[in-house]
Design a protein. Structure first.
Length: 88
């Protein structure tokens, strides 16, 4: 499972989201956290159809997107969404 934060350097909410994803990952064995900066990777951000930062994308082990949210989530929200990425 991959938790991806799409961020921008001028986004204060992105720092809070980074901390939330780090906390949530502690409860998700095998989960990885990655970050995409829209200023450094504008083509990737466009390909992902990013309209707002922060955006959190959760992918399952096959790479399929199972959850996407804009704004700062809570740890319980991330954990609940991550359940969708777990194998049956």
């Amino acid at each position: 499972m991959e938790l991806t934060l799409v961020s921008s350097s001028f986004c204060g909410a992105c720092a809070r989201t980074r901390a939330v994803l780090g906390d949530a990952a502690r409860y998700l064995p095998g989960a990885s956290v990655s970050e995409i900066d829209v200023a450094r990777e504008p083509d990737l951000a466009e390909q992902l159809d990013i309209r707002f930062t922060p955006t959190v994308i959760i992918r399952d082990d096959a790479g399929a997107e199972v959850f996407r949210a804009e704004g700062v989530p809570t740890v319980p929200q991330v954990l609940t969404a991550a359940l969708q990425a777990l194998p049956d």
